[in-house]
Design a protein around this ligand. Sequence first.
Ligand SMILES: [Fe+2]
Length: 353
Amino acid sequence: MKDHAGNTRYFEGTVEDITKRKKMEQQLKQSENLLKAAQSIAKVGGWEYDVQSKKVIWTDEVYRIYNVSESFDPNDIAKAIRFYAVEDRQKIEEAFTQAVEQHRPYDLELKFVSADRTRKWVRTIGRPLVKDGRVVKVVGNIADITDRKNAVEELNISTEKLRKNLIGTIQVISVMLETRDPYTGGHQKRVSSLARSIAQEMRLSKDTIDIIRIAGSIHDIGKMSVPAEILSKPTKLSDIEMSILKVHPRIGSDIIKVAELPDLLTEMVLQHHERIDGSGYPQGLKGKEILLEAQILAVADVVEAMASHRPYRPSLGVDAALAEIEKNQGIFYHPDVAEACLRLFRENRFKFE
Ligand SMILES: [Fe+2]
């Protein structure tokens, strides 16, 4: 303040205690750093899209996942989407549009190629923020899940390898068992081959055809429980011997169940002697109660058995086998399966090796 002569007499001012504010700023900075570190460790980045201004904000980790410098403009959405693999671009575009227009959140795992051409897997989540019935923002995160995806893929490959090894082992045991009965040697291999051709003729899926082929090659494994004298008996079996033989589908399916192979395989082995009129064994199933796959195995089994030599008779020949299938088509055997089998032989597209 000055006096009337213009001389400074004293100063006036205010003093504010800003300790609290400074402390809060410090704490804010600390938690921001912590958040950054957490995102970097977890490889998760956050982003936000403002619907009205169309502005996009990314956290540092998003730039790292994209492997672009901070000069990259996240507002260029079209450019940002091009980092997704070609086959996944439509998915992310549709999900984002639906989030904005229909308030629908999304959670996708997609293939991604970062700026340095590194192939990655990302999980991208988007949540619309709604105010007064309108979406004002979409917020979300993007996580680099490449390590997890690779680990799962490796696990799947080794599980598949293990499963194949197990099937191979069962096939070896099954073929070994055939040696107890020299007359039926190679039976399972030939049934497997015919069953596969019938399944192909019926245009079943590749996976189904594959499992039918495997089931054919092991379907009689349960015969290990049947004494060799019964299997190679040159005369007709007595009722008791027949009842012993009839347990083999059940024993076979139990063995496959223990090996934890697919349920379809277990059921096919169990049902390969069922007939659609209910006259088969061991369960006396009828019509649709029997799996189509098992009915394919049944037809292939009958045709092969009749066309081959047996301890109690010489081969009846393929023609007699086909006549049996035709005669009982729709009675014992599924009409479509019988039809496909007859077509294969009559058009000379299948021959037993
Ligand atoms: Fe059998």
